[in-house]
Design a protein around this ligand. Structure first.
Ligand code: HEM
Length: 498
């Protein structure tokens, strides 16, 4: 081939290649690079799981100081978005609420909550919408919360009597756990249950259940390491505790069904949650446009017990801890309560309505010690842009309420316990104060909880004076779990009010 022939061949070949390349570029535009939130260095296989520590909300708070309020971690193969400011929380819980309205399907949730049939761990969808609206409209509406008033009053009176009989050092943690359990059981089942069928303490089983719900199963994040859950005993514990709680619920439901057949009257305090559910179950399914079976009832009852007991008792513990740490705040509160109640024997809910400082103390305690410091995890249902970041479908979202309550750009002197901040501005209406979460998946139990916490705190500061036992230094260490309790029981010295 001479030189001219060669040129004649090469030129069209180049031209065709160039045309092919241009067409390909035009047809298949390369995906724009995704922008992820800042992320700390990670380990192979497990990613950032090792950085959670025993108190994840605190470890994540420290990491967020360095990587910012929207931070991306990886737990095994699962991307995890950690949210640590009011502004970022508003993006998740308000702007993109629907996109983040689902929950993860962790093994513990499925095994202990009847395959996710409860409200809290149910994925977003038709079933969740129905049971959530049933919770909000029928189980926890204002009228029903009001109907439980005699239960709250009875149990508060019993607590006051118990403290009065054992003036001196009292174990407030234990007392709060018991009174909360009694109120919740009476609201849920119409009667108190401390002991289960086999003589085991219900409270102890509930503590085990909560611990398991808060535990990490490695198989959820690195499926091929799932065998570790077997070897570590987690799988066995899930089965054992699940069975124990199921036996108890079965026993209670059978008793209640029998009592309903005999038309036995409830203890005072209106229709229980279980009665409402049984009504829907056996009589009225069509009218409620929802079909629920035995497992659904058990799962929904567990929502009430695990949603209510631990969260309320831990709130009471922290409120009293802060009052004991701040005697001046205690004095101001006692003055308010005593001036409003005067020499009446009982505190009415009308009286409570006037106690603005009491409400401020409780709100401040929620800010500083949110009982569920990481809310309940959310999951992204679709790809979504948050601020300028691309968050992919399936990302697990942790909203660090503990961190948000300590954000100095939002709260003035966040490390100080200052109830006054809630008297002067309504901070709790925005996303800096979200101990009950917000948006579609927000907690439906806030009114119920507040009614109980306010009545209990008002009564015990009204009837008694409190201080720390001699030589006791308040230990502020937290105990790990899905709700955060004190690591050591709260002991306090009670004397008759002066
Ligand atoms: C001090 C008391 C309580 C606190 C601090 C609390 C806190 C929370 C939090 C943080 C969430 C997750 C919200 C979110 O993802 O945005 C939640 C959900 C929930 N809570 Fe509560 N809660 C309390 C009491 C109660 C009570 C008394 C009940 C029932 C009687 C209850 C039932 C529920 C249910 C059913 C959900 C799931 C809502 C959903 O996923 O749609 N909670 N709670």
């Amino acid at each position: 081939m001479n030189e001219i022939q060669l040129h004649l061949f090469i030129f069209p070949a180049f031209l065709s290649l160039f045309l092919l390349w241009s067409i390909k570029r035009w047809l298949y535009k390369p995906e724009p690079k995704k922008k992820s939130p800042p992320s700390p260095p990670k380990l192979p296989i497990i990613g950032h799981i090792h950085q959670l520590g025993s108190l994840p909300h605190q470890s994540l708070h420290s990491l967020a100081q360095k990587y910012g309020p929207l931070m991306l971690l990886h737990f095994g193969r699962v991307p995890v978005l950690v949210v640590s400011s009011a502004d970022a929380a508003s993006e998740i819980l308000k702007t993109h609420d629907l996109a983040f309205a689902s929950r993860p399907d962790f093994k513990a949730f499925k095994k202990l909550m009847y395959d996710g049939k409860n409200v809290t761990f149910s994925p977003y969808g038709e079933y969740w919408r129905k049971v959530k609206s049933m919770f909000a409209l029928q189980l926890l509406n204002a009228r029903r919360v009001q109907s439980f008033r005699p239960i709250r009053e009875d149990e508060t009176a019993l607590l006051v009597k118990r403290i009065g009989e054992s003036l001196g050092t009292v174990n407030l943690s234990e007392m709060f756990a018991e009174v909360t359990n009694d109120v919740i059981c009476r609201s849920a089942f119409g009667t108190k249950y401390r002991v289960m069928g086999n003589g085991k303490q219900l409270l102890k089983s509930m503590v085990e259940l909560m611990e398991l719900l808060g535990s990490i199963s490695i198989g959820d994040f690195v499926p091929w390491l799932g065998w570790i859950d077997r070897v570590s005993g987690l799988d066995h514990k899930l089965k054992y505790v699940g069975k124990e709680v199921d036996d108890f619920l079965e026993h209670v439901i059978r008793q209640r069904v029998e009592a309903r057949k005999r038309k036995a009257v409830l203890e005072k305090g209106g229709e229980s949650f279980l009665d409402v559910l049984l009504e829907i179950y056996d009589e009225n399914a069509a009218a409620h446009s929802i079909s629920i079976g035995r497992d659904n009832i058990k799962a929904l009852i567990l929502d009430v017990i695990e949603g209510g007991s631990d969260t309320i008792s831990t709130t009471l513990e922290w409120v009293m801890t802060e009052l004991l740490r701040h005697p001046t705040v205690m004095k101001i509160l006692q003055k308010e309560v005593r001036e409003i109640v005067k020499d009446k024997k009982d505190i009415s809910e009308d009286d409570i309505g006037k106690m603005q400082y009491l409400k401020a103390v409780i709100k401040e305690s929620f800010r500083y010690h949110p009982p569920a410091p990481l809310l309940a995890h959310r999951v992204a249902r679709e790809d979504v842009k948050v601020k300028s970041y691309d968050i992919s479908k399936g990302t697990l979202v942790m909203v660090n309420v503990w961190s948000i309550g300590r954000d100095p750009s939002y709260w003035d002197e966040p490390e100080k316990f200052k109830p006054e901040r809630f008297l002067t501005n309504l901070k709790e209406s925005s996303f800096g104060w979200i101990p009950f979460g917000a948006g579609r998946r927000g907690c439906p139990g806030m009114t119920y909880s507040m009614a109980m916490i306010e009545l209990l705190v008002a009564n015990i500061v009204h009837k008694f004076d409190w201080k720390l036992p001699k030589g006791v230094v308040l230990d502020m260490t937290e105990r790990a779990g899905i709700t955060i309790h004190r690591a050591t029981p709260l002991l306090a010295l009670a004397s008759k009010a002066t």
